[in-house]
Design a protein around this ligand. Structure first.
Ligand SMILES: [Zn+2]
Length: 139
């Protein structure tokens, strides 16, 4: 990327994000589920410790020039974006697993039901039940 005078804003933020990654691991970022990374970003963007997360060491807030503050704030927002994307991937995976398990349950339920009714009708009683069929039309 060359020296910082030739870098645009996005490159400067990306470079700062790379620096942060050498200090804090991804699993460390994943602990901050209460918006801490965004709060830390707001602290730098507004040059004000009032936004600094309560569960972060206040000595870690090191504002300097407005340019550096914006680089650090932008990099913290990138970290938050990446964390949310990982969390979303996790939710999507869990949702896929849940859908597959529910589909298996539905097949199981279907196979345990009475097979007397015509297509489109369903009986809530078990396969081979005695007495009257409880079939009703499914819409
Ligand atoms: Zn039946």
């Amino acid at each position: 990327m060359g020296n910082s005078f030739n870098m645009n804003a996005k490159e400067l933020i990306t470079k700062e994000r790379e620096r942060q990654k050498t200090l804090w691991s991804i699993s460390h970022d994943d602990q901050y589920i209460d918006g801490e990374l965004s709060m830390g970003a707001f602290a730098y963007m507004n040059n004000s410790i009032v936004w600094w997360p309560n569960n972060w060491d206040k000595g870690m807030f090191k504002p300097s020039t407005q340019k550096r503050n914006l680089e650090k704030g932008g990099a913290l927002l990138l970290a938050e974006k990446e964390r949310l994307e990982r969390a979303l991937n996790h939710v999507n995976t869990d949702l896929d697993i849940t859908i597959k398990r529910l589909e298996t349950e539905l097949l199981k339920e279907e196979s345990e039901r009475c097979n007397v009714p015509p297509p489109g009708w369903k009986c809530s009683r078990e396969v081979g039940h005695d007495g009257p069929c409880a079939a009703s039309k499914q819409f």
